[in-house]
Design a protein. Structure first.
Length: 150
């Protein structure tokens, strides 16, 4: 997906099995952020930054939605442990990560594997991608501040 593309209304299911749809947030800009794995240092820092800035983001008309390929049970524990106030999509079938183009081959310490590229999509109230914050641009510890500066 690229800037200018329309995002499907149904994004997936949250940790409680509820459908997460863009249309659930009328008039809101959506910050749809993809992260590799629950309970890892970078992903926890990013989620906590968004948690801490959540009130201000909402005040500015921006709804945060997280997504990884972890299970609903994993998301539930992660959200409870870190007091996350926004939905986390459990994309266990990789449908959304593949549709959005954030799933692919990665490399760590010379080992190749498939995973999620840390990426944030800014989606207009009409469902159009307005901006993409790429893996090299995402600052995990200050991600809320990044979004507030847009």
């Amino acid at each position: 997906m690229n800037v200018g593309d329309k995002v499907p209304d149904l994004l997936g299911l949250d940790a409680d099995g509820n459908e997460v749809r863009l249309s659930n947030y009328p008039g809101k800009t959506i910050a749809l952020y993809f992260y590799p794995k629950d309970n890892t240092s970078g992903c926890t820092a990013q989620a906590c930054s968004l948690r801490d800035g959540y009130g201000e983001l909402l005040d500015r008309g921006m709804q945060v939605i997280g997504c990884s390929v972890d299970s609903a049970a994993s998301h539930k524990k992660f959200a409870e442990k870190n007091d996350l106030p926004f939905p986390l999509i459990a994309d266990v079938d990789h449908k959304l990560v593949e549709q959005m183009g954030v799933w692919g081959e990665k490399s760590m310490y010379g080992r190749k594997y498939f995973g999620t590229f840390r990426t944030t999509f800014i989606i207009s109230p009409e469902g159009i991608i307005e901006q993409i914050i790429t893996p090299k641009q995402v600052k995990t510890k200050t991600h809320a501040e990044q979004l507030l500066a847009l």
